[in-house]
Design a protein around this ligand. Structure first.
Ligand SMILES: NC(=O)c1ccc[n+]([C@@H]2O[C@H](COP(=O)([O-])OP(=O)(O)OC[C@H]3O[C@@H](n4cnc5c(N)ncnc54)[C@H](OP(=O)(O)O)[C@@H]3O)[C@@H](O)[C@H]2O)c1
Length: 396
């Protein structure tokens, strides 16, 4: 049976690799470059100095202006004052519920957890020190006590439980998501939000485990922030404050649609699906052409993950090229064009499949199956059994 740990770990590892350190570095270096007045520096994608206006930074990322909020504008005292009359009801205690919930608690905010009593999350919440009847409740009770309802159920569960949850979202409450999935694909999820409440989003660009780890290290994760519905006129401000309270360092303004499209697209592409497909294709050709498993693995995965990709993360693609031999550089630059041209139609097909709801439909159908954890574990078993990953184990 699929353990929750395994599924979390999988999502964690993929998103973790992709986001926090890299994006943090990108923004920080962008900011530093901007502060230093650097223009058109090849490594920093910043072409103009940033402009600060009342807590908002407008940063010019390679010619496109973006709004970025940062943690420094919301010190703890300000957060405590801002949310002094609120009860934050964290519904669900999986990867994000755990990370965001504990960060809110450590920030001193009035947060309660709502999960089903017979589920695994209830036990985990108790282990983390949440106390039944004090700050740990069944879902309905937590929603009734909360002023800000943070829906951290899995996306499939958000759709499944919506008929029970919706009537409890009465005027004056705020609905918070960490993914645009449910409201954006409402024709499929049936998550039609009440029209008289604020609906906001803070989507950390990484696993809930990373949200927690970075917070404990005194750092913050990068997050997207968006408003779906602003009834009070305060929705954006509330979203940013919550984003900081759950552990974000920088918050990049977006829309629900853009957040969900880019997220589903990215994880199916370069972050997870695309990279796995590329590893498999390269490995298979090497094996079919007579190379040993260790050689095929080392030239496909080991050198990538242990040596070259971290260089890209640290200082960019040009830095990685510059760190390699002249022979490697020449061939890699030439072949990158062919790969880009060949793969671009596939990426367009993928984006269409995200945008038209095909990916959402598939995800809802698959993840609503009562045996979805077992089915996932079966697929993991198959992946573990592939020669490339068995070879990887031996190499490591
Ligand atoms: N994980 C990430 O890396 C990540 C990153 C950014 C954004 N997000 C978003 O954050 C949200 C939460 O995701 P997650 O990954 O934290 O979720 P998750 O780890 O899959 O957690 C699922 C939660 O939903 C509960 N649940 C599942 N089915 C249920 C049902 N039928 N009725 C009641 N409760 C049910 C589980 O409780 P039981 O233990 O009782 O089953 C658990 O508390 C999603 O919108 C997701 O897209 C996730």
């Amino acid at each position: 049976m699929a353990s929750r740990g395994a599924s979390r770990a999988l999502r964690a590892s993929a998103k973790q690799l992709a986001a926090p350190a890299v994006q943090r570095r990108t923004f920080v270096s962008a900011l530093n470059a901007a502060r230093a007045g650097v223009t058109a520096a090849p490594r920093a994608a910043v072409t103009a100095p940033f402009v600060q206006k009342r807590g908002v930074k407008t940063v010019d990322f390679a010619g496109t202006k973006e709004t970025v909020y940062e943690r420094e504008d919301w010190p703890r005292e300000k957060l405590l004052d801002y949310f002094k009359d609120d009860t934050l009801a964290m519904i669900g205690y999986g990867s994000q519920g755990h990370g965001q919930g504990l960060n809110l608690r450590d920030n001193g905010l009035n947060v309660i957890i709502g999960v089903r009593k017979n589920g695994q999350s209830w036990k985990e919440a108790e282990q983390d020190g949440w106390v039944p009847g004090k700050n740990l409740f069944e879902i309905d009770e937590a929603i009734s006590k909360g002023t800000i309802i943070m829906n951290m159920l899995s996306d499939a569960a958000q759709s499944e439980t919506w008929p029970q949850i919706k009537p409890q979202l009465t005027k004056g409450k705020t609905l918070y998501f960490s993914h645009g999935f449910s409201p954006v694909f409402k024709s499929l999820t049936k998550v039609e939000v009440p029209t008289d409440i604020d609906v906001i989003l803070v989507a950390p660009k990484g696993s809930g485990r990373t949200v927690r780890t970075l917070f404990r290290e005194g750092r913050g994760i990068n997050s997207s922030v968006a408003v779906y519905q602003d009834v009070t006129g305060k929705a954006e401000e509330k979203a940013v404050a919550l984003g900081v309270a759950v552990g974000s360092g920088y918050l990049y303004k977006t829309t629900f649609e853009k957040e969900v499209y880019s997220d589903l697209y990215g994880e199916r592409g370069c972050l997870m699906g695309g990279i796995h497909g590329m590893f498999l294709a390269q490995y298979e050709v090497l094996r079919e052409r007579g190379h040993s498993p260790s050689e095929a693995f080392n030239e496909t995965v080991e050198e990538a993950t242990q040596s070259l990709y971290p260089l890209i993360g640290q200082n960019g693609m040009d830095y990685m090229y510059a760190a390699c031999s002249t022979t490697a550089r020449r061939g890699a630059i030439d072949w990158s064009k062919k790969f880009k041209d060949t793969l671009k139609p596939v990426f367009n097909e993928l984006y269409d499949s995200v945008q038209d709801g095909t990916e959402t439909k598939r995800s809802l159908e698959y993840n609503s199956r009562p045996d979805y954890r077992e089915a996932f574990e079966k697929e993991m078993e198959e992946i573990r059994g592939l020669e490339i990953w068995r070879a990887g184990k031996a190499v490591r």
